[in-house]
Write a protein that binds this ligand. Structure first.
Ligand code: AQP
Length: 325
């Protein structure tokens, strides 16, 4: 199993419910590779000091959330040069049209204008495919927003295999039901996202928000003008119900039944309670882990050394197949 998070901003509960918490739950079942994908974060031209520090923040959050370094490789993508090397090869096998179809690229193209987007943002699905293929991943646990990118990875893997024999493994996405797409609290028509949260204080609950902030943000989450929870619920209410269900480990229907006929403030207060209960222990562990940077760095160096052996073997196999060796 392989997945990663970009250190491109503060992690929010979408990252937690859609990805991280599922990795923790499933870590006993798989051989696990979790990276901090700093090369991807570079596509949004972060401040260098912030990128450096956020990379360690994300490592500490992985560990604080319960990823066990005895069961998972936790490493930084740029520490393993094979990612960039295979990324280039994958790009060469990627028709431009496949990248132009990517929703993230199309959306950013509409908001920012295509000519202003860095080439790295356009080609990053190819690098992401390389991240996955290097470790012969069977499964890629992600939120629903990444479904198209995993499809892209499968397409490019199949293309490589069709042209050069069975050279890479074709992975499957692992996408959960509840929590797979947490929407913005201030605008439930868009997915909760680090980049939007950076400019909109009421958009997201961050994993490191203190309890009073969590309560304040959830209390101000957009709902609608109905007096109480009732079918059919609007998108803001559905988002709160979905978060509550994910945190309580029940399906969205049971969560709806629990609040049916109750006020929005009852739903909000229960959702905030559930978030605080989930995040408080993580925040306590995070504070301890993040204080010891040298321990974090030591773990990263050791993991990068171990995974490099695996990544280089796959890279050599692909290089051989395409004629570079
Ligand atoms: N809103 C979300 N709901 C559920 N899962 C989500 N993920 C992200 N947002 C949500 C999942 O978190 C993992 C890491 O994502 P990423 O670091 O690659 O960032 P992203 O998908 O581009 O989304 P972000 O974190 O909000 O950043 P920006 O602002 O750049 O879009 C992935 O598994 C993702 O599915």
């Amino acid at each position: 199993m392989l997945s990663g998070i970009q250190p491109s901003g503060d992690l929010h509960i979408g990252n937690y419910l859609g990805a991280l918490r599922n990795w923790v739950r499933d870590q006993e079942r798989f051989e696990n590779f979790f990276c901090i994908v700093d090369l991807h974060a570079l596509t949004v031209l972060p401040d260098p000091a912030a990128l450096r520090s956020r990379t360690l923040d994300v490592v500490a959050l992985y560990l604080a959330s319960g990823l066990d370094p005895a069961k998972c490789e936790i490493f930084v993508q740029s520490h393993v040069p094979a990612h960039a090397q295979l990324g280039w090869i994958v790009q060469c096998f990627t028709p431009i049209g496949w990248l132009e179809r990517m929703t993230q690229f199309k959306v950013r193209g509409q908001t920012q204008g295509r000519e202003r987007i860095g080439t790295g943002f356009f080609t990053y699905p190819a690098l992401q495919a390389a991240d996955i293929l290097l470790y012969d991943a069977d499964y890629v646990p992600v939120g629903d927003d990444q479904r198209q990118h995993i499809e892209f990875c499968r397409d490019v893997a199949q293309r490589l295999n069709a042209l050069h024999g069975d050279v890479v493994k074709v992975p499957e996405p692992l996408i959960q039901g509840v929590g797979a797409r947490v929407m913005g609290l201030d605008d439930p028509s868009v997915k909760m996202s680090k980049s939007i949260a950076a400019g909109h204080p009421l958009h997201a609950v961050f994993m490191l928000d203190p309890p009073d902030q969590i309560r304040r943000k959830i209390a101000r989450a957009q709902t609608d003008t109905e007096p109480a929870v009732r079918d059919p619920v609007g998108p803001g209410v559905a988002n709160l119900i979905d978060m509550y269900a994910a945190l309580r480990g029940v399906d969205a229907r049971s969560a709806f039944d629990e609040f049916s006929g109750k006020t929005y403030s009852a739903l909000k207060s229960a959702t905030a309670d559930a978030l605080i209960a989930a995040l408080e222990p993580i925040q306590r562990r995070y504070a301890e882990l993040r204080a010891d940077e040298s321990a974090l760095r030591t773990g990263l160096v050791a993991s990068a050394a171990r995974v490099t052996v695996i990544a280089e073997a796959t890279l050599a196999r692909v290089q051989q197949a395409v004629g570079l060796r």
